[in-house]
Design a protein around this ligand. Structure first.
Ligand SMILES: NC(=O)c1ccc[n+]([C@@H]2O[C@H](COP(=O)([O-])OP(=O)(O)OC[C@H]3O[C@@H](n4cnc5c(N)ncnc54)[C@H](O)[C@@H]3O)[C@@H](O)[C@H]2O)c1
Ligand SMILES: [Fe+2]
Length: 384
């Protein structure tokens, strides 16, 4: 029998090729002027002009904040929020991947909750509902466009702060695979491995339940099937479409069932070195799986059976788990994300500090095996 579980999602999701065309209709229900939160590259593209046109058709105004950095900072949020207030906007649209969505969701929360935002880090700490948010997603992906959390880098402490709760949900999420055709190979690979990590970590998380299990398992199937094609041929719209759904289901899963030690360690490394979140997950994933195997070999074997149904029946849970780890490594090599940590500039002398920080990350709480500092140092050493 199952216990009480909570499941959070935006009120509306619009998915599929061409779905950006719905933004005017969706926006018209929420506000008369929006702040677009994005980065300078995406602000210069045709997508931004299209959003402006689609809103103008409904007499909705648009103001642009285009300074979001990868691993967005607290400063990004304060700047975006100030512009939102100065220009009297009534809602926020994010355009981009997890960085734009996280910055936008945070600025929206700040619109109804007094600064400093740091005081709300943790679970369900915002007292008031923020401004309405529409997330237009362009990577596949973090799932941030639909999750009830956001992460901000505190550059004073080089730490990623996690904010979680119902106030971090967007009102509308738009996932149009046509917007992802321009995503370069390396970013397609890294963000796709982030989505795979969400699904695998959620499937073995202590907080998973029947609904997240089903979503995570199907997400793993979609991502194994279509990530290599999306990386090999960025113009392959069918593969992009599969990745939209794969990352969306992975987002639904982990947003409600949690992630684990891969994310805890990636957050610690990302805060310290400002490295791409997806790439760090891709590198750490097989090493953490090897560590976790003692606690969840059977669950890994189930996932292996889901992606390799025609393989001969695996002899034991241990074999199934090993086979899944090999498949993850093979995929990562194929798409170019199997890079040793030292090549990214990570320093061995920081391992202690990274391990200490990872242990304080809430993602550790849902990992199937409770790690100690030396375990994380072991994982970092094997990934080095
Ligand atoms: N809130 C959540 O649930 C959640 C989950 C996982 C990760 N995250 C956060 O998300 C962030 C990472 O997000 P991300 O991996 O999506 O990358 P990102 O948002 O940092 O974007 C990376 C780069 O990709 C470019 N880009 C994005 N879409 C593009 C497109 N269609 N064509 C060309 N270029 C494009 C951007 O301009 C940017 O330079 C991290 O800060 C991480 O902590 C949040
Ligand atoms: Fe992630």
């Amino acid at each position: 029998m199952s216990a009480t579980s909570f499941f959070y999602l935006p009120r509306v999701s619009v998915l599929g090729a061409g779905s950006l065309n719905e933004i005017g209709e969706q926006a018209s229900r929420l506000a008369r002027r929006f702040l677009l939160v994005t980065d300078s590259y995406l602000a210069s593209t045709e997508v931004t002009s299209r959003i402006r046109r689609l809103l103008a058709e409904r007499q909705i105004g648009l103001v642009i904040y285009d300074k979001v950095q990868p691993n967005p900072t607290l400063e990004n949020v304060y700047e975006a929020h100030s512009l939102y207030v100065e220009t009297e906007c009534g809602g926020i649209i994010s355009l981009g991947g997890g960085s734009a969505h996280d910055c936008a969701k945070a600025a929206a929360a700040l619109a109804a909750n007094p600064a400093p935002i740091e005081q709300y880090a943790g679970v369900d700490r915002f007292p008031n509902q923020g401004a309405p948010v529409i997330t237009v997603n362009t990577t596949a992906g973090t799932g941030s466009e639909i999750t009830n959390c956001f992460l901000l880098t505190d550059t004073k402490t080089n730490t990623k702060l996690i904010f979680e709760g119902v106030h971090a949900l967007a009102n509308v999420a738009i996932d149009d695979p046509k917007l992802m055709l321009t995503l370069p190979r390396e970013l397609t690979a890294a963000t796709g491995m982030d989505a795979l990590t969400h699904a695998i970590e959620c499937y073995v998380s202590n907080a998973s339940f029947k609904l997240t299990d089903e979503l995570a398992r199907i997400a793993v199937q979609y991502i194994f099937r279509s990530l290599p094609a999306a990386v090999a041929d960025p113009d392959n719209l069918d593969a992009r479409d599969d990745m939209v759904y794969g990352q969306y289901m992975a987002g639904m899963a982990f947003g409600n069932g949690g992630v684990g030690l891969v994310h805890a360690t990636a957050h610690a490394l990302g805060g310290l070195y400002n490295l791409p979140h997806g790439l760090l997950n891709a590198i750490l994933l097989p090493h953490v799986m090897r560590f976790n195997k003692r606690g969840c070999a059977g669950r890994y074997a189930e996932l292996y059976a889901a992606i390799a149904p025609l393989q001969e029946e695996v002899q034991s849970a241990g074999n199934g788990a090993d086979a899944l780890i090999s498949e993850v490594e093979r995929l990562s090599r194929k798409i170019g994300t199997a890079i040793p940590l030292h090549k990214l500039g990570v320093r061995e002398e920081d391992f202690e500090a990274v391990a200490r920080k990872a242990l304080t990350d809430t993602c550790c709480d849902t990992n199937p095996v409770c790690p100690v500092r030396s375990d994380i140092i072991g994982i970092l050493t094997s990934a080095y």
